[in-house]
Design a protein. Structure first.
Length: 271
C-alpha cells in the first residue's frame, strides 16, 4: 500500500511539474515582452530601469494609429461575417435533419486545415485575375472571415448542442412565425455564444498577418506594420504594441470568464 501511495504521489508530482513547465514555455515569452516594454534597455533589461517612453512613442506615431484603426475595422467586419454565418450554419446543422449535414460541417471546418498563407494568396489571385479588383478592406474582411468562420462555427456548435429546440417548436405552435420565434426565443438564449464567437473571430482577424498582407495592398494594419518594422530592428514601440495587444486579449477573456463564472451570462438552455 505504501509503495502504491508513493507511486501515486510521484505520478501527481510529475503531472504537476509537466503542467507548470508547459505554462512557463507558453507564457514566459509574453511576460518577457510585457516586462521589457517598460524598460529603458531593450537588449538586456536587467536590472530593471522603468520607463513609459516606448508607450509615449507608440501613441505619437501616426503610422501605428492608422494601423490600429484599420485593424479594428478589419476585425469588426470579419467578426460580423463570421458570427452571422456560424450562427446560421450551426442552427441548420443542429435543428434540421438532412442528409447534407455532414457535408455542411466539412465545408465549414475545411479552412482549419488550410494555411493562412494559402488563403491569402488564393484570395489575392482570385480578386486580381477573376474579379479584376485591387487589394482593399472588403476583400481582406472576406478572406479573414473564410478562416475565422471555422472557429466561430465550432464555438456555436459546442454551445448550441445544449439548446432545447422544443422551445422554438412550442412558440410556433402558439402562432409565432419563424422570424419572430428567432428574435424573441432563440436569440435571447444564444446571444452569449454569438458574443463569444464574435470576440474570438475579432481577435483572430485583428492579429492576422498573412491573409491581410496579401489582400490589403498598401493599407496598413498593426501586424503588417510590425512585420515591416522588423527590417530595422526591434524598437521599443514593438514591445509596447505587443504588450498592449496581449493585455487587451487577456482582459477580454477575463471578462468573459467572470461573466460565466458568476452566471451573469449562460450558454444555451438548461432545465
Amino acid at each position: 500500500m505504501r509503495v502504491r501511495g508513493l507511486g501515486d504521489l510521484a505520478a501527481r508530482s510529475g503531472g504537476a511539474l509537466l503542467l507548470v513547465t508547459l505554462y512557463v514555455f507558453l507564457y514566459a515569452p509574453i511576460a518577457y515582452v510585457i516586462y521589457t516594454s517598460f524598460q529603458k534597455d531593450l537588449n538586456w533589461p536587467f536590472p530593471p530601469s522603468w520607463t513609459l517612453t516606448h508607450y509615449a512613442d507608440l501613441a505619437a506615431d501616426r503610422t501605428y494609429q492608422e494601423g490600429l484603426v484599420n485593424s479594428i475595422l478589419l476585425g469588426l467586419g470579419s467578426a460580423v461575417i463570421c458570427t452571422l454565418f456560424a450562427t446560421l450554419g450551426s442552427i441548420a446543422v443542429l435543428k434540421y435533419r438532412s442528409r447534407w449535414r455532414a457535408l455542411m460541417v466539412i465545408i465549414y471546418l475545411c479552412p482549419l486545415f488550410v494555411a493562412d498563407l494559402l488563403v491569402g494568396i488564393s484570395n489575392l489571385l482570385f480578386n486580381r485575375q477573376i474579379l479584376n479588383l485591387p487589394g482593399n478592406m472588403g476583400s481582406a474582411m472576406i478572406g479573414n472571415a473564410v478562416h475565422c468562420t471555422s472557429f466561430a462555427f465550432l464555438i456555436m456548435l459546442a454551445q448550441l448542442s445544449r439548446y432545447d429546440w422544443r422551445l422554438d417548436d412550442a412558440a410556433m405552435v402558439f402562432g409565432a412565425r419563424p422570424l419572430r420565434c428567432f428574435f424573441e426565443i432563440t436569440l435571447p438564449l444564444i446571444w452569449p455564444a454569438m458574443f463569444g464567437a464574435f470576440v474570438v473571430s475579432f481577435i483572430l482577424a485583428f492579429n492576422n498577418l498573412e491573409i491581410s498582407f496579401y489582400n490589403l495592398g498598401a493599407i496598413p494594419t498593426l501586424p503588417t506594420i510590425a512585420w515591416g518594422s522588423l527590417r530595422f530592428g526591434l524598437g521599443g514601440e514593438l514591445f509596447a504594441l505587443a504588450a498592449l495587444v496581449n493585455g487587451v486579449v487577456l482582459a477580454a477573456f477575463t471578462v468573459m470568464y467572470l461573466l460565466m463564472r458568476y452566471r451573469i451570462v449562460s450558454f444555451g438552455h438548461r432545465e
